[in-house]
Design a protein around this ligand. Structure first.
Ligand code: FES
Length: 167
């Protein structure tokens, strides 16, 4: 009678090895996809300073009288200076379907030409169908200059005094 010893893996060991190989292959593939995405994001052209999508210098604090609305066309926003001297930067894009919303000085409101949404000076909705106020851009005041970061519109549900920036 002879006994045989075998180094051959059992069926269950083979299954486990296959599973581990597949797992490592999947993780490697996932890492490759993420690295590719990062590389693509890095290669995207970034907006230059002064262009929409970047930081735009809107002007000096003193260029904007209290209770004024000033369009900054290259930034696609309005600088709003409130009666108390605070500043806001409102994106000119309607929150309904994206039309450009002009300021109507006579009405004292932003009135959308597409479906007549109306927004007050702080960008709050006065008349739908716009579902929310005009979006904000972050305002920074440094050395008496108003700088607006147009890289990321800020959505909001209503005007809040914390959205106002003071010199
Ligand atoms: S896009 Fe402005 S109201 Fe429809």
């Amino acid at each position: 009678m002879t006994t045989t010893t075998s180094n051959n893996p059992t069926h269950s060991q083979l299954k486990r090895r296959d599973f581990l190989k597949l797992t490592w292959a999947a993780l490697g593939g996932l890492a490759a996809v993420e690295l590719g995405g990062l590389a693509l994001a890095y290669m995207q052209p970034r907006p230059a300073e002064g262009e929409f999508g970047g930081v735009i210098t809107a002007g000096k604090v003193d260029d904007f009288p209290a209770n004024s609305v000033t369009q900054i066309p290259n930034g696609r926003f309005y600088v709003v200076r409130l009666a108390d001297g605070g500043f806001m930067a409102l994106y000119q894009r309607c929150t309904h379907l994206g039309c450009n919303v002009p300021w109507n000085q006579t009405a004292g409101a932003f009135i959308c030409p597409c479906h007549s949404s109306q927004f007050d000076r702080q960008g709050d909705v006065q008349n739908p169908p716009a579902p929310r106020p005009l979006d904000l851009f972050a305002v920074t005041i440094a050395d008496g200059m108003i700088q607006v970061n147009t890289g990321q519109p800020i959505q909001r549900q209503a005007f809040d005094p914390s959205q106002v920036v003071y010199p």
